[in-house]
Design a protein around this ligand. Structure first.
Ligand code: PLP
Length: 379
């Protein structure tokens, strides 16, 4: 029997590549296959040019210099490079790092490793809306604080933190600000100058680029950030990330950035209408509420608690819709979401929450069908 492809509403987990991204990548697998480090022939030069173009495309999207972009295998690696790099270079100043309980595991696990190596980590709370308390951050900052690691928007709820206010507090204290912007780059406009972010990670597969490629933005001035490599050998990427460059992936990341810069305004307007519609109808169901602030939130994400209904049971009843419970990255483990728990939800309510994340290929008809299907599964 032919099974219909489910409706994909899990764009925060990953996105399909844009056809234009794929087209741009293809020649770099075959005729333009050179190693961008080969300096002695045109195969190398062509690859090097392509990497240079991509680096400029990334820089243009976030408003930084080309030299401030370090290509990595994605956000997880970029996060490791950022946090471990600061830890290794700033211990003369101190051993204190501040982060938040609702960060992605890539940040939390890295901090936990550093804790074992002698770092002191402060884990800030969030309120019921998922937002940090700026006064709590202010109180936590000390002269020994070398780094503050706070994500731009949460992957499970879409809740956006007050980035500019955070950056101001961090810089007044002469600490560095690392921002995990994995869910935001390519969706809303980020300007690392205006928002005064010192280090920031991004990942191509979250905005219609390929998996396994991303970048770390590392500020060169006001202040100049010093990191150290976590992978040695060959000195690629200004010595911060050795290894033959993933030229095809990098070309794809660059193209995804170029497309996002052109399309993000139109896409966000359309997607946010679909999200509003989905929420309006689903929240008509009894004992249903939205997790997290609805004031400052990514336009594509909604995390809904269907009180009294286990998300596992709901998901089994709606096999034609691809959604996530908790976060996609932790759902292999049957633990309640650490994000929702930190927001003060009961275990029962975390187990009854579902994340819907919409993307640029979502249609009105799909949202309509989703509303009907979920309603039928619950009523
Ligand atoms: N940070 C956030 C907020 C994410 O949503 C993800 C996605 O999984 C990551 C980090 C890890 O990114 P990557 O898949 O590029 O390693």
């Amino acid at each position: 029997m032919h099974m219909k492809t489910p409706i994909y509403l899990d764009y925060n987990a990953t996105t399909p590549a844009d056809k234009r991204v794929l087209e741009t990548m293809l020649p770099y697998f075959t005729e333009k296959f050179g190693n961008s480090s080969s300096r002695t022939h045109s195969f190398g030069w062509i690859a090097e040019d392509a990497v240079k173009t991509a680096r400029q495309q990334v820089a243009d999207l976030i408003n930084c210099l080309e030299q401030e972009v370090i290509f990595t295998s994605g956000s997880t690696e970029a996060i490791n490079l950022a946090i471990k790099g600061v830890w290794e270079n700033y211990q003369l100043k101190g051993k204190h790092i501040i982060t938040v309980k609702t960060e992605h595991k890539a940040v939390l696990d890295t901090c936990e490793i550093l804790e074992k190596k002698g770092a002191t980590i402060t884990y800030l709370n969030v309120d019921r809306e998922g937002v940090i308390d700026l006064q709590e951050l202010k109180n936590a900052l000390t002269p020994q604080t070398i780094l503050v690691a706070i994500m731009y928007a949460n992957n499970e709820t879409g809740v956006i933190q007050p980035i500019k206010e955070i950056a101001d507090l961090v810089h007044t204290n002469n600490s560095l600000f690392f921002c995990d912007a994995t869910q935001v780059v390519g969706k809303i406009n980020i300007d690392v100058q205006e928002e005064h972010i010192d280090i920031m990670c991004l990942s191509a597969h979250k905005f219609y680029g390929p998996k396994g490629v991303g970048a770390l933005y590392v500020r060169r001035k006001d202040p100049r950030v010093t990191l150290s490599p976590q992978i040695d050998g060959g000195g690629h990427e200004r010595g911060l990330r050795s290894g033959t460059l993933n030229v095809t992936g990098i070309v794809g990341l660059g193209k995804a950035c170029e497309i996002a810069k052109l399309d993000m305004w139109d896409d966000s307007a359309r997607i946010s209408k679909l999200r509003t519609r989905l929420e309006q109808f689903l929240c008509e169901l009894p004992n249903t509420y939205i997790n997290g602030s609805t004031k400052n939130r990514l336009f594509n994400t909604t995390n809904i608690c269907f009180q009294g209904n286990r998300s596992e049971t709901i998901i089994k009843k709606i096999p034609n819709i691809a959604v996530a419970m908790g976060s996609a990255c932790t759902s292999a483990i049957a633990e309640p979401s650490h994000v929702l728990k930190a927001m003060g939800l009961s275990d029962e309510d975390t187990y009854s929450s579902i994340r819907f994340s919409i993307g640029k290929y979502t249609t009105e008809a799909e949202i309509k069908e989703t509303i009907e299907t979920v309603k039928n599964a619950i009523l």
